[in-house]
Design a protein around this ligand. Sequence first.
Ligand code: MLT
Ligand code: MN
Ligand code: ZN
Length: 321
Amino acid sequence: MTGQHTRRNMKIKVLGSAAGGGFPQWNCNCRNCDGVRRGTVKATRRTQSSIAVSANGEDWLLVNASPDLLAQIAANPELQPARRVRDSGIAAALVIDAQIDHVTGLLMLRERDTPLPLYATDAVWQDLSSGFPVTKMLSHYCGVAHRRIALDGAPLAVAGLEGIRIDALPLSSKAPPYSPHRHAPERGDNIGLLFTNLHTGKRVFYAPGLGEVEDHVLAAMREADLLLVDGTMWTGDEMIRLGLSSKTAAEMGHLAQSGPNGMIEVLDSIGGRDGRDGRDVRKVLIHINNTNPILVEDSPERRVLIEHRIEVAHDGMTFEL
Ligand code: MLT
Ligand code: MN
Ligand code: ZN
């Protein structure tokens, strides 16, 4: 691969591959959390949900700002080009919903010396100005430069990411429990993102919260060379059976992997040997809840994923395409 080729590649870094709570979760002693703490299960720790995307390897779009953001920056020196005495490679932030695991890290960016460009839909901006008023709070520190995700079909233009086209798609998941939209959904409460490298033509689809794969979402997934999609739970009632929650995955806006019409079936219908179009598509589950048995590398559930050629994201996982 020539140097020029590499420079033209889009870079995706998984900063955090776990769902809200992380893995292990601070107060959880389920088989997975206890096992990873004690070293008795074959699994690795994971921080909460975020990726970073770059065209040049120096300027990054932070997609979701996790409560673990500072540890993630420390673990990924690419995000710290150190061009000036106060400097970060994070050129802008985009949040795909207003969930706590995706927005709390915004507070950690308050020491910036310029307003933070923040991409959000109107529905998310409402929550971030009221129920969780982080935009108002930040106005007393670095300030926020609102970049509206209009969901009008026009791609987003992100300064520093020239060469990457970003399309946002409304999708069906859930607004956070604190939001008035939780039980009165609005278009734009949750989005997925399709990134296209305009130099190579390669595409990435990212949707860590995906409750239902509607036709327009499936169409976007079929265009992608890399899928980073909702890996929260293996079964819909996983947390209920463990006595940890009264909510199903569906009630939380997440499509379980196993079973009829689950994520595995959806992914099987795309690309690859069995998919309709025969393309080589990389399929990766992300935003994995700490109760999910796929976290355990020698579990029967992980073996099922391997049979279906589906990968499980881990922190630090990097893609170039
Ligand atoms: C979710 O996606 O449902 C969240 O991870 C929940 C949370 O952040 O607590
Ligand atoms: Mn989440
Ligand atoms: Zn747990």
